[in-house]
Design a protein around this ligand. Structure first.
Ligand SMILES: *Cc1c(COP(=O)(O)O)cnc(C)c1O
Length: 354
């Protein structure tokens, strides 16, 4: 039986996507060639790239709004420096809400002045700072929409005239937002879109006008825009699987539909955490992530028992990040509601047994 996969990333993908992906490895498009042994410039692969890009714009409601879609490599971690390399001329504003924001800040400091507009580090990143000001002369404002490790999520984004750059690695395509408020969105594929190996960048083309520095070709957004994400060999398999996942999402009803499912899953688990005296949540209630739920046992001595019960029930991947401990259940788009119910059942069984 398939396990209930709560892994934080790489993470669960839809079963039908995995099936189609494995077929394409053996025989792509019925052409008796594998997807991973044909040229990335061949017609069939160019069609894959094209379709993936179109689906991104369609699902995010960004068609005909001046945006370009890129599938790059180097992970979201390379975007930390690439955004700054291209767009940090004098000073940039960053909101620090966790490990990933902190890493983005560290990289950006190499390129110019940095204003940390607010930080929740004082309380181990268990909340999202709400009151802060973005300097009007900043080159851009950078934030992380969902803090994968701590389990917090930005519910509101600031209103500002400064270009907005957002790391949406762990909640892109999970909820409806006005994506046109962002000038650049990036996301490692492996959390809500596909396998590791490619990074999605959605960039407003007009932002390129702000580039003042000489940027090496591979780290220059313009290079990749001009070559339509084919400047060098893209991660063909990762792009293909991402395309399949985006197709799957479109077919089931897009972000509007999946957001309802995601809200149901989150409500089910958070309600149990709040109701069950053996568990407690870690972060501020109003900032709770619908994607990554962090919680701890109120009695640590029950850990071995709970872990065994989870393993017996086929529940996988709920250990907290090594830097915070406790538990983290990641509930990305492809995780079915019944998997969350399976976890809740075990939590209730633990309560009955103790
Ligand atoms: C996982 C993650 C990253 C790092 O992604 P890589 O692709 O491994 O570089 C960055 N930001 C967030 C929010 C993440 O969840």
């Amino acid at each position: 039986m398939k396990k209930h996969n709560f892994s934080a990333g790489p993470c669960i993908l839809p079963e039908e996507v995995l099936k189609k992906a494995s077929e394409a490895i053996l025989n792509f498009n019925g052409d008796n060639l594998s997807l991973i042994e044909i040229s990335h410039r061949s017609k069939p692969f160019v069609a894959v790239m094209d379709k993936a890009q179109k689906l991104v714009l369609e699902l995010l409601n960004l068609e005909d709004k001046g945006y370009k879609v890129l599938f790059l490599q180097g992970g979201a971690s390379t975007q930390f420096l690439m955004t700054a390399y291209n767009f940090l001329n004098k000073k940039a504003a960053y909101l620090n809400t966790g490990t990933w924001s902190s890493k983005a800040i560290k990289e950006a400091k190499l390129f110019g002045d940095l204003v940390e507009v607010a930080s929740s580090k004082d309380n181990n990143f268990t909340y999202i700072p709400k009151e802060f000001e973005i300097p009007v002369d900043a080159d851009y404002f950078h934030c992380t929409s969902n803090n994968t490790i701590y389990g917090t999520q930005l519910k509101e984004f600031p209103t500002t005239d400064v270009p907005m750059i957002c790391d949406m690695s762990s909640d892109i395509f999970s909820r409806q937002l006005d994506f046109s408020r962002f000038d650049l969105i990036y996301a490692g594929a492996q959390k809500n879109m596909g396998p590791a190996g490619t990074t999605l960048v959605v960039i407003k083309e007009s932002l390129l006008e702000n580039v003042q520095r000489q940027v090496p070709s591979m780290l220059n957004y313009k290079t990749h825009i001009d070559k339509d994400s084919m400047f060098n060999t893209p991660a063909v398999f990762a792009v293909y699987v991402s395309m399949l996942t985006l197709e799957w999402l479109k077919d089931i009803g897009g972000i509007e539909f999946i957001e309802k499912v995601n809200n149901k899953k989150a409500e089910l688990l958070y309600n149990e955490i709040d109701r069950n005296p053996l568990f407690k949540g870690v972060v501020n209630k109003e900032d709770r992530s619908t994607m990554n739920t962090t919680f701890v046992l109120t009695d640590e001595s029950l850990k071995a028992q709970f872990d065994t019960m989870c393993a017996d029930a086929g529940i996988s991947g709920i250990n907290g990040h090594r830097s915070v401990g406790g538990y983290r259940a990641s509930m990305y788009n492809a995780l079915p509601l019944y998997s969350v119910q399976a976890l809740v059942d075990v939590m209730q069984e633990l309560e009955r047994n103790n």
